[in-house]
Design a protein around this ligand. Structure first.
Ligand SMILES: [Zn+2]
Length: 449
């Protein structure tokens, strides 16, 4: 117990800063006893699996390779960051990433119908192998024309998309390179993937295509996104997003007075929805809603011919997500009916509801081996796993009951989704070692002869 209290004290006095999050806690790997103490009973089997795996000579050699090629990884990160990948325009970066995966030693690489880059590394079995995938996303949130040149100030690299998620792509690539370098043979087949459409209106279209009916077999998936070393996204935050448009004939505010007014309908719709949704979200699994943008109209003295809004709804729970969605739809239709009841002349108003975002919710079972392996590996590196709920590529497999976690790609970063995005190479290679360890454990290595 003395060892434990000493360890806790050491953790407690570690300096903290907002930028560094949880990632500072790195006891040296030599302090093996403290690692054993830190592993809770329900994870014990996986902690010991990971400890044994980490001792194997081929894994140690892979770790050495990852540390030794840290400068190459940095050079590749800068090169790939400077290839723009705006939403729905990931092709140029995808082509380059496919070349890099092939050069790294993948058995085959292809770009699928929606633009995902998929590299296969065969396992030792025949055609019946399990398949484990590891994924970084190709797309950024930044529109075409954004300057993506990487600039350096001290040890900090600045560029839109450098951390989210170009670093993830590099971590996936170097996991493959390390496996190839030491000739690591896994039981399962591995897929190394650069996905499209992770961000915003991309609406996870890469993952939706990958996990479509009749798509390639995937039994478990690791998404690499963000840079927090301790974060394990194991729960999917689902969302439904709509663009709502009320339309009418429009007209002069004096001359056509009495005609249907889309702006009035919009205001009514927001009030009806807000009241019903506020009551619904007061209790139960956390659920949110937001009218994020509104617009329309021509001038102060014109009846608008159109008024629109964009609405975002989220829930931890898929059933509640669908329920708030039906509350929303009912509110829009009620507003239309009520507003049309007030039209004194001319055409009635119409309503368009366009679903512009649909991300499912879900959770891994806490006893899922992949999840326990991810936690045990974080402990192996001296961290404390922090299970989180978020919206990432893992949403899709999780919602289908396929084990999936999202882990950090290494380094320290900030300003994601802003032009000031930055990344610092602080022990980033350790995240690649972590990914290699989790992936190897999940894919299975046959016993050393
Ligand atoms: Zn991301």
């Amino acid at each position: 117990m003395k060892a434990l209290s000493l360890l806790l004290l050491l953790i407690a006095v570690q300096p903290r800063s907002a930028d560094l999050g949880e990632s500072l806690v790195y006891p040296t790997p030599s302090s093996q006893t403290t690692l054993t103490i830190q592993c809770p009973p329900e994870e014990a089997a996986y902690c010991s699996e990971i400890e044994h795996l980490a001792e194997r000579p081929e894994i140690r050699r892979a770790f050495e390779y990852i540390e030794a090629t840290d400068d190459d990884a940095l050079r590749d990160l800068i090169m790939l960051t400077e290839i723009p990948a705006p939403p729905f325009k990931e092709e140029v970066r995808a082509k380059k990433y496919a070349e890099m995966l092939l050069e790294a030693g993948a058995d085959s690489v292809y770009i699928d119908e929606v633009g995902n880059v998929i590299a296969l590394r065969r396992g030792r079995g025949g055609g019946e192998n399990r398949v484990v995938a590891i994924v970084g996303h190709l797309d950024t949130v930044f529109p075409e024309g954004t300057d993506v040149t990487v600039t350096e100030r001290g040890d900090t690299l600045f560029a839109p998309g450098i951390a989210d998620d170009t670093r993830g792509l590099i971590a996936v690539l170097y996991t493959l390179k390390a496996m190839e370098h030491v000739g690591l043979r896994t039981d399962a087949d591995l897929l190394f993937i650069g996905s499209v459409g992770e961000e915003g209106l991309g609406d996870l279209r890469g993952m939706k295509h990958l996990f479509r009916e009749g798509g390639p077999r995937i039994d478990a998936m690791i998404a690499v996104d963000g840079t927090n070393d301790n974060r394990v996204v194991a729960k999917a935050l689902g969302s439904r997003r709509y663009r709502v448009t009320f339309k009418g004939p429009g007209g002069h505010s004096w001359g056509a007075f009495g005609g249907g007014n889309p702006a009035h309908a919009l205001g009514r719709a927001i009030r009806i929805f807000d009241e019903a949704a506020a009551a619904f979200t007061e209790a139960g699994a956390r659920t949110s809603y937001n009218v994020g943008r509104i617009g329309g109209g021509t001038s102060v003295n014109s009846i608008p011919f159109e008024a629109w809004m964009e609405v975002d709804m989220r829930s931890e729970d898929q059933t509640r997500l669908l329920t708030i969605d039906s509350i929303f739809q009912a509110a829009m239709h009620q507003a239309l009916v009520e507003q049309n009841g007030m039209v004194r002349r001319g055409e009635e108003l119409s309503l368009d509801l366009d679903l512009i975002g649909d991300r499912p919710s879900g959770e891994n079972d806490p006893n899922t081996p992949l999840l326990l392996r991810a936690q045990a590996t974080i402990r192996h590196f001296g961290g404390r796993p922090n299970i989180q709920r978020s919206s990432t590529d893992s949403n899709i497999p999780i919602s289908l009951g396929i084990p999936a976690v999202t882990l950090g790609g290494g380094g320290v970063s900030g300003g994601a989704h802003s032009p000031g995005e930055w990344w610092i190479n602080r022990d980033a290679y350790r995240a690649v070692q972590k990914l290699l360890l989790v992936l190897s454990a999940e894919a299975g290595l046959s016993p050393t002869p």
